[in-house]
Structure formats: C-alpha cells, structure tokens
Design a protein around this ligand. Structure first.
Ligand code: SAH
Length: 258
C-alpha cells in the first residue's frame, strides 16, 4: 500500500491536478479532510471504497489506517485541502510513513492564496513594489514563534497573506496599520473558487468593520500590501523586464544594446 497525499485545491473541483485526480480514480481507500475538501472530488473515487473523514479522527486513528493496510496492494488517497505543504498537518504523517517504511508520495495542489490571487486578477510580486510574498498566520492553538510575529513580518512591507486568522482581523489591522500605513489596501477573500466566494475590499483602517458586518468568521484569507493597489490603479508599478521590448534574454533578442 502506498499513501498518496493529494492537494485537492481550494474548492473548485476542477482545480485539482490531473495526477491527483488519477490517483483518486484508482484509490482503494480514501481519507479526506471533510471540513474543506469539496465532496464533488470524492465522486471520482471508485464506488464502494472505504472513505474516512479525517475531521473526526485523531493522528493515531489516521496512522492506524496506514498500518492496518500496509501489506495490501494499492493506494490510500489522503486528500488535503489546497496544497499539503501549507498548514496541512502533513509532515507528521509523512514522517510516520518514513519511520514505518510505508510507501508515500505527495502530489501538490493549488493553495487558497493562489486561488484568491487568481480571483482578484492580482500578481503578488510586482516590480518596484514587492518581490516577496509572506504566508503566515496569527497565533491560535498553534503558537507562532516570536521572531515571526506580525510586527516583525510587517517590517519588510512585503505582500502578506494570512491564513487561519480571519477571526482576529481587528487585532491584525491594529498591528499592521502603523507599519504598512493605515491606507494600505487589505482584501479578504472568503471561500476562493467556491460558488459562494466573497471578496471584501478595504484598507487596514476599515476592513475589520466590513468583515464583522459580513459575518465571515472562517475559510477566508487576509491579503495586505501595496501590490493590491493594482486593483484600483492599473500600471502603477514598473513594467516587467521579462517582456520589456528593449530587454534581451536567453529566449528573445531585444532592441536595446547592452
Ligand atoms: N493547505 C491549505 C490551507 C489549510 S489551512 C491551502 O494550501 O490552501 C485552512 C485555512 O486556509 C483557512 O482557515 C483559510 O484561511 C484558508 N483557506 C482554505 N481554503 C480557502 C478558500 N477556498 N478561500 C479562502 N481561504 C481558504
């Protein structure tokens, strides 16, 4: 048996990779994160294969499914939301498989932040504005190391995307506003790529009130940074060097002498 960790993408069932889908189609056992994985994806699993919703299981119970089936042929499709590498709680499962000599494989997925950027039509790395994307979260039951506190992360004024943090948007804006500037654009994307996706646009000064009014308390990302000015000020950044007519690179000769 091989455990295949599959990123299911942010919600829209078409946003899973072909590789991920092909593994699900020939899975012998399915374990899926019921809270966020779109049930439509499970329809591709062969009829009658056992299905476990990991939302109701603890780590030991999940590992027990791996060990119990280790000597049978086939695939356990372990379906995670978004990409498994981002807040996926996947390392402890991979390490378990490594230690127990159970075969494993990871198939990446489209993360929620990529889907949110796509919904906005927004590049997160604009020349002359920011060339860095910070993915983080506020401390919850899982603490964030002090050296990665929001106060510190904010210092670079990079494009910032916060997972698992929407319930504390008030506190977050209060921390970020003095560093980024209170007029800095802040956008909340709720359930990116799902039919009920919502986008709330504001600034660090006014987004918290809007989010509170909307009733959104989970399944949302907070996006902050000057790159988001492109939403209202097209072409405010420097145009890319890659497509600059004067710029020569390995695949194209430009008009400018260098
Ligand atoms: N591995 C996932 C993240 C899991 S953590 C990924 O790569 O996307 C769960 C958090 O991800 C949620 O609290 C929310 O902040 C975010 N999230 C997951 N799916 C989302 C979606 N469709 N739209 C907005 N945020 C989402």
């Amino acid at each position: 048996m091989k455990v295949v960790f599959i990123g299911a993408g942010p919600g829209d069932p078409e946003l899973i990779t072909l590789k991920g889908l092909n593994r699900i189609k020939r899975a012998d056992i399915i374990i899926y994160a019921g809270s966020l994985v779109n049930p439509e994806i499970l329809q591709y699993a062969p009829a009658g294969v056992p299905r476990y919703d990991s939302a109701g299981m603890n780590y030991k119970e999940i590992c027990r499914v791996y060990t119990k089936n280790r000597n049978t042929k086939g695939i356990i499709a372990r379906i995670h939301t978004g990409d498994p590498s981002i807040y996926g709680a996947v390392q402890e499962q991979i390490d378990f498989c490594r230690r127990e000599h159970i075969l494993w494989e990871v198939i990446p997925g489209v993360s929620a932040f990529q889907s949110a950027a796509a919904a906005l039509g927004q590049e997160l790395t604009l020349p002359g504005v920011s060339q860095t994307v910070v993915l983080s979260r506020i401390s919850g039951r899982t603490p964030v190391p002090e050296r990665e506190s929001l106060e510190r992360l904010a210092q670079s004024r990079s494009s910032l995307i916060l997972f698992l943090s929407i319930s504390q948007i008030d506190t977050i804006c209060a921390i970020l506003a003095p560093v980024y500037g209170k007029k800095t654009v802040c956008i909340v994307v709720y359930r990116a790529s799902w039919p009920d996706q919502k986008i709330i646009r504001g600034t660090l000064e006014n987004i918290a009130a809007q989010v509170e009014g909307s009733g959104i308390t989970r399944q949302a990302l907070i996006m902050v940074g000057d790159v988001l000015r492109a939403q209202e000020a097209p072409f405010f950044y420097e145009l890319s060097r890659l497509y600059d007519p004067g710029f020569t690179h390995g695949r194209r000769k430009g008009t400018r002498q260098s």
